[in-house]
Design a protein around this ligand. Structure first.
Ligand SMILES: NC(=O)c1ccc[n+]([C@@H]2O[C@H](COP(=O)([O-])OP(=O)(O)OC[C@H]3O[C@@H](n4cnc5c(N)ncnc54)[C@H](O)[C@@H]3O)[C@@H](O)[C@H]2O)c1
Length: 351
């Protein structure tokens, strides 16, 4: 498998309808003919479909990979076969029409003459604080469609990974989750299919209310004795707060003995008191132990939106930071739900 077409065959129109639709349309209309783009998104086999769409649109694409991720080895071979340029992030510089960024890394070293599109929360926060914007900066993070990936996609991946790595029957076990952000919400949703005994710890009163509204037991992180009791009762404990060393800094390691432990956060949330062997996937984000940490069906809409936001940038040239326009966001979520057989009410209940 060394051509874009191989990956469009692997991720067929059932798994990736947005990518297939975009490829067909861009191939016909060439809307980005001659536009120079730097593409800084984790370079995985799934990302190849996204890059292929830009290439089909006629864009002159330079591909790189964010500093915080290893690129998938096979990807470079495919890009070479397709005649596309790959450059390590450190070597990227100069002026381009558009920066398609992840984590606001490109702005340090490139000049954008027409606009920027950002993928992540961290990057959006950095770009939002950027005072001297001379071009439009559109974020696809501040959208509802992002929840399809971060909440449902990550939740499903974490659930799938724990089911596989735990190597035991987990039905009706007691689950405890730290953090009810997008990731914790998705994890609770997928586990609710196999257990009714779900407790979630969070800091924020608004989140604690939301936990109860979803039918789970809420425990405030401000009440250590209640957290201790919840830890001692749990069979499975999953962290999703984004806080490094949270568990080691706050709770006694002895309370966690004999339980299935998994971290969903980017940082090691169990921390220095826990050995790699005590936490599934050696303490790394547990879904990354899988061949597909997030299934293509959840990546497809966000890849599509990140590319489509170029049209937003080119059509409305007002300088400064803004989220992707709401109509586009709404339309993508509706199309996704229809294609994959979810009702909008069901999505509202989860998010
Ligand atoms: N594994 C993956 O594939 C994947 C994908 C996306 C994001 N992530 C990571 O998952 C983590 C969570 O992401 P998110 O978008 O849900 O973040 P978020 O900020 O939306 O949610 C974090 C939640 O943790 C709560 N929290 C803070 N301190 C707490 C404490 N002491 N005890 C309990 N709860 C506490 C916050 O109130 C918040 O509700 C981040 O590290 C993120 O980078 C992982």
């Amino acid at each position: 498998m060394s051509r874009f077409t191989d990956y469009f065959a692997l991720y067929d129109p059932v798994a990736a309808p947005f990518m297939h639709q975009m490829l067909a349309q861009y191939d016909k209309t060439k809307p980005l003919q001659g536009i120079t783009i730097v593409h800084n998104v984790p370079l995985t086999l799934t990302t190849l479909l996204k890059i292929a769409c830009l290439d089909a649109a006629g864009a002159d694409v330079t591909v790189t990979n964010p500093s915080f991720m290893h690129k998938a080895p096979k990807t470079i071979e495919v890009l070479q076969q397709e005649g596309l340029r790959y450059q390590p992030l450190a070597d990227i510089g100069g002026s381009f029409d558009l920066l398609l960024d992840c984590g606001a890394e490109l702005i340090e070293q490139c000049h954008a003459s027409q606009g920027i599109v950002e993928l992540t929360r961290t990057g959006a926060m950095r770009y939002e604080a950027y005072q001297d914007a001379h071009v439009p900066i559109v974020s696809v993070d501040n959208t509802r469609l992002k929840s399809l990936e971060t909440c449902l996609g990550t939740g499903e991946g974490v659930y799938r990974a724990i089911m596989k790595l735990a190597k035991k029957q987990l039905h009706n076990k007691k689950l405890l989750i730290f953090g009810f952000g997008k990731v914790g919400t998705g994890i609770a949703y997928y586990f609710s299919k196999i257990t009714q005994d779900i407790t979630v710890v969070d800091m924020l009163p608004e989140r604690l209310q939301r936990i109860e509204k979803r039918g789970y037991q809420a425990v405030s992180a401000e009440l250590p004795q209640q957290v201790e009791a919840a830890i001692k009762q749990a069979d499975i404990i999953v962290t999703a707060t984004g806080i490094k060393d949270l568990i080691s800094n706050s709770y006694a390691p002895a309370w966690f003995k004999g339980k299935i432990l998994a971290n969903a956060g980017a940082e090691d949330e169990f921390g220095f008191n826990f050995k790699e062997s005590e936490v599934l996937a050696a303490k790394k984000p547990v879904n990354f132990a899988l061949k597909e940490p997030t299934l293509m069906r959840f990546l497809d809409p966000i890849f599509y939106a990140h590319n489509l936001a170029i049209e937003d940038v080119l059509n409305d040239t007002t300088a400064g930071f803004r989220p992707l326009n709401q109509e586009t966001d709404k339309s993508i979520v509706e199309q996704w739900a229809k294609h994959h057989g979810w009702s909008l009410d069901e999505l509202d209940r989860i998010f």
